[in-house]
Ligand binder design. Structure first.
Ligand SMILES: Cc1ncc(C[n+]2csc(CCOP(=O)(O)OP(=O)(O)O)c2C)c(N)n1
Length: 659
């Protein structure tokens, strides 16, 4: 039983606690997260790092009137616990449960939804502009990580702050980690601010200052009572930084060239686990009439030994053992993950072809490009959370004779759409895109599902788009892509592949050529042609089996290519069949099935098409792919029922066409 957490119905109760009680609350929150997430997993590490920061934010500000805009928002678990969602907390990321991210429809305290990085500063600045327009007085606080700061959009926003508003509060939550270790010059710069000798000295100064408060202790109430005196002294520290530190250009307390030159007051770095320091600093920020960024140092995984030891693993993970932090071993006989096959194949391809290069946008482990990083670091680039840059960087390399491979999740590649069209495709550059998580990312939900890439790529000229039915074909497709002279996209889902053996020597596939898995047997049954794209082959085969058991004559074709379609094979089976079924782990709108319909229109083929795929709506999060497929009918039973219904509906029409 917790002493305080259970009594927290909303931020109002947080404000009533004393400093000691807040500290106990912080411990209780850590315990609840460590034990509560063990069964289903989640973003444990980042949330353990922001316990004190989130408590302080709710202590000082008043949501929902004041607005918190969390970047990525994978670190909002503490915020959820403090804003009336404690009793549903353990449902997080599961079917029907709380979202793992901020979600406007979930709570009035979630002022802005997110899960892609780099959006917080811009959105918060927009809120500030709206506030100033309408003359209201709410505070807007953007909370963003050190890796999110490396994202281009964050800088676009910073560039725009001082000309837009006088009241803007940014919290730079710096734990030195992206998912992997943060990379790049910005990260190095932040590190300089932290390790500068003036940091410790001035922090001590600040502590000394706090101790000078009445009763000589760092006590919240007292800090508040002494507000005016405190603020002016604080301002002095902030406005007149250590000059030596400023002169050598390395920043120092109260001085950071990057922020200051952008017209944004910089304050910090401060200890993000020191509650009174956080509270007093936030109080100060609230009173400022100029834009301000507070640099807060936090420890990812604080309070859980296993998470501290392995920040990358505990950034986001599945079920784990509360005592040891150990995750479940992979069951014997489980097929390798698609991404691991991708990563290992990259190493093999790079060993044979010196023009191949691997590029990730801050996702070395998610995409498994880590294998290349380890084996051939000189052929590997982590460009940070910067998908547009990743694609343009690849385009630049491609102009110089290289074959860059961008390993980017389908959902994150959305951000680089213009670079795909304007740079890769228009210039007809041989960049290879391996789109991981094409399909569902069930526990993350709509922000992470990769259900739109076929639609957003299919109409772009000069592009080839393929989807492997199994891991052996993934290797063939990667090999084939390295021989292409155009932009080539390969989509494959998250998790285990099919468990088929992988040939020693990959095969060059003919572009735009489908694979006939099973032709009609002419057994006298009604003819159905199944075209399952990519990982939908398994479902397609199950449907074929069921239909065959019911006496249908079934053909199964592996389309391989969503672009270019194999027009010949598709037309042949379409004309031979009475019904054609397309399957795709993708939105049906504008997807592979739509491409088939366009072909039918062009060739004046009138065979009915049933399209199995995701409906035209955002698919929520759920505990598993199966949960969501069952809900939306991407199942054997539902497909077979539709086929039967189609035959029942127009039995004679088609017969007359066939005749
Ligand atoms: C556009 C985009 N690319 C990649 C990701 C994957 N991603 C999620 S969190 C994260 C790291 C965020 O690090 P930081 O901003 O420092 O926050 P922390 O987790 O350290 O609190 C990344 C790369 C994403 N969410 N959005």
């Amino acid at each position: 039983m917790s002493q305080y957490l259970e009594g927290i119905q909303g931020p109002a109760q947080v404000k009533q606690l004393s400093l000691d009680q807040l500290r106990t609350l912080a411990e209780e929150i850590r315990q609840e997260m460590i034990t509560g997430l063990a069964r289903n997993g989640g973003h444990l590490g980042p949330n353990l790092g922001v316990v004190e920061l989130t408590i302080a934010l709710h202590y000082v500000f008043n949501t929902p009137k004041d607005k918190f805009v969390w970047d990525v928002s994978h670190q909002v678990y503490v915020h959820k616990l403090l804003t009336g969602r404690r009793d549903r907390f353990r449902s997080i990321r599961g079917t029907g449960g709380l979202s793992g991210f901020a979600l406007r429809s979930e709570s009035e305290h979630d002022s802005y939804g997110a899960a892609h990085a780099g959006t917080a500063l811009s959105a918060a600045l927009g809120m500030c502009a709206a506030r100033d327009q309408r003359g209201s007085d709410e505070n807007v606080v953007a909370i963003f990580g050190d890796a999110a700061l490396t994202n281009g959009i964050s800088f676009e926003a910073l560039n725009n702050v001082s000309q837009t508003t006088k009241r803007f509060i940014g919290i730079l939550n710096d734990n030195e980690w992206s998912i992997a270790k943060n990379v790049g010059a910005i990260s190095a710069y932040l590190n300089k601010l932290i390790t500068h000798p003036s940091y410790n000295k001035l922090t001590k100064d600040f502590e000394r200052f706090l101790r000078r408060l009445p009763k000589g202790e760092v006590a919240l109430k007292l800090a508040h009572k002494a507000e005016e005196g405190f603020k002016s002294a604080f301002t002095e520290v902030a406005l007149y930084p250590n000059t030596a530190a400023a002169e050598d250009g390395r920043g120092g307390y109260g001085n950071s060239l990057i922020f200051e030159e952008m017209g944004v007051r910089y304050l910090g770095p401060i200890d993000g686990h020191n509650l009174p320091l956080l509270i007093t600093t936030l109080e100060f920020a609230k009173s400022c009439d100029h834009p301000i960024v507070i640099h807060v140092l936090t420890q990812k995984g604080k309070g859980f030994e296993a998470a501290l030891k392995n920040p990358e693993k505990f950034h986001g993970l599945g079920p784990y053992d509360v005592a040891t932090g150990a995750t479940l071993p992979v069951k014997a006989g489980t097929a390798p993950n698609w991404q691991d096959v991708f990563g290992q194949t990259m190493v093999k391809l790079c060993q044979k072809d010196t023009t191949i290069i691997g590029i990730t946008a801050a996702m070395p482990s998610g995409t498994s490009l880590k294998y290349l990083e380890k084996a051939m670091p000189e052929r590997y680039y982590d460009v940070g959370i910067a998908e547009e840059h990743a694609v343009l960087f690849a385009c630049g390399m491609a102009t110089m004779g290289y074959h860059p491979v961008c390993a980017i999740y389908s959902t994150f590649l959305q951000r680089a759409y213009d670079c795909i069209v304007h740079d890769a495709a228009l210039q007809d550059l041989p960049v290879i895109f391996c789109m991981d998580r094409a399909g569902l990312s069930p526990q993350d939900g709509p922000t992470h599902h990769g259900l739109f890439d076929i639609s957003y790529l299919r109409h772009v000229p000069n592009c080839t788009l393929m989807a492997p039915k199994d891991e052996d074909e993934l290797v063939d497709m990667m090999f084939t892509a390295t021989h292409e002279r155009h932009a080539t996209f390969i989509r494959y889902p998250r998790g285990p592949a099919e468990g088929v053996p992988i040939k020693d020597q990959p095969r060059l596939l003919e572009i735009g050529k489908a694979e006939v898995i099973q032709s009609f047997s002419n057994n006298g049954g009604r003819k159905v042609a199944l075209f399952p794209l990519g990982n939908m082959m398994r479902l397609g085969r199950q449907v074929a089996e069921q239909l065959a058991g019911e006496g249908y004559d079934v053909a199964v074709v592996n389309p391989r290519f969503a672009k270019p379609l194999d027009a010949g094979v598709t037309e042949f089976f379409a004309r031979a069949a009475e019904i054609l079924v397309t399957f795709e782990d993708h939105a049906v709108t504008g997807g592979y099935g739509s491409a088939v319909l366009e072909l039918f229109n062009e060739k004046r083929i009138s065979t009915p098409v049933i399209m199995v795929g995701w409906p035209d709506q955002f698919i929520e999060h759920g505990s598993s792919v199966d949960d969501l497929r069952n809900k939306y009918g991407l199942t054997v039973d539902n497909t077979v029922t539709k086929i039967r219904a189609e035959f029942a509906q127009a039995p004679t029409l088609r017969e007359s066409v066939v005749a």
